[in-house]
Design a protein around this ligand. Structure first.
Ligand code: NDP
Ligand code: 8X3
Length: 250
């Protein structure tokens, strides 16, 4: 039977690459995002895949529940939910950053992910079938200057994912937290609020991960034998590693 994947944030980056990957394998897709023109274009590009697009802001609780409630009959039984929509805003220190950026990140990365999960879980539990893949980040484990609230939201994603597994013990539902490091997408353009120059500098001289790499990894975790659950998976490019502790010397 044809499987269905619902991918949030499919208008760019990882979400778009995942849509292409699942479509290539014959899955049917539910794709979401705020930019309807991009969703429409993607739907056309994915022909002949069966695609249902929904334009809404993931921060809008009512819209999230309505989107799930109003899924067309052929798309209702979602096998895989990829909670991918998310963003980082700014790299300023906590003491001077824009508080509304923090609110946007919390509303998107935490609340949006919670709403979609809560909206789809009852049907998955009822069918005793499903897989939730969350997009966390290395930023949820390792702190860095300016990572403040973004890292905090991804730490939530990490712990929420594991707590879901605790609640779902005894069901066949799987939960996976993918934690990427440096990946080139629209992520940095969004973080630097359209400043493409600053965004490009993030990847300069490196070979970053690309969205297709993440799509491949996500696809793999969801097509493993049904008794295996990848709890979390941290993935960085070879060009990325760790720094020593920073010490302030007088
Ligand atoms: P992109 O900026 O390329 O894509 C982000 C996607 O999220 C877009 O499709 C965007 O759609 C959607 N989105 C953002 N805000 C909202 C909103 N309010 N409502 C609905 N959709 C929204 O970023 P990536 O593909 O790189 O990021 C995807 C996920 O991976 C994010 O959760 C990010 O935190 C995480 N991640 C990214 C890393 C990276 O280095 N790139 C590393 C680790 C994790 P639209 O604007 O049309 O609404
Ligand atoms: C994105 C990775 O290191 O830019 O989640 O925060 S990082």
């Amino acid at each position: 039977m044809t499987k269905t994947v619902l991918i949030t944030g499919a208008t760019a980056g990882f979400g778009k690459a995942m849509a292409e990957r699942y479509a290539a394998e014959g899955w049917q897709l539910v794709l979401t995002g705020r930019r309807s023109d991009r969703l429409e274009q993607l739907k056309q590009d994915l022909t002949p895949a069966k695609v249902h697009t929904i334009t809404f802001d993931i921060r809008d609780k009512e819209a999230c529940f309505k989107a799930v409630e109003k899924l067309p009959s052929g798309f209702k039984n979602v096998d895989v939910l990829v909670n991918n929509a998310g963003l980082a805003l700014g790299l300023d220190p906590a003491q001077s950053c824009d508080l509304t950026d923090w609110e946007t990140m919390i509303d998107t990365n935490i609340k949006g992910l919670m709403y979609m999960t809560r909206a789809l879980l009852p049907s998955m539990v009822e069918r005793d079938q499903g897989h939730i893949v969350n997009l966390g980040s290395v930023a949820g484990t390792y702190p860095y200057p300016g990572g403040n609230c973004y890292g905090g939201t991804k730490a939530f994603v990490n712990h929420f994912s594991k707590n879901l597994l605790a609640d779902l013990l005894g069901t066949k539902i799987r939960v996976t937290n993918i934690e990427p490091g440096l990946c080139e997408s629209e992520f940095s353009v969004v973080r630097f609020k359209g400043d493409k120059n600053s965004a490009d500098k993030v990847y300069q001289g490196t070979q970053p991960i690309v969205p297709q790499d993440i799509a491949e990894i996500v696809y793999w975790t969801t097509t493993l034998p049904a008794h295996i659950n990848i709890n979390s998976l941290e993935v960085m490019p070879v060009d990325q590693a760790f720094s020593p502790f920073a010490i302030n010397r007088k």
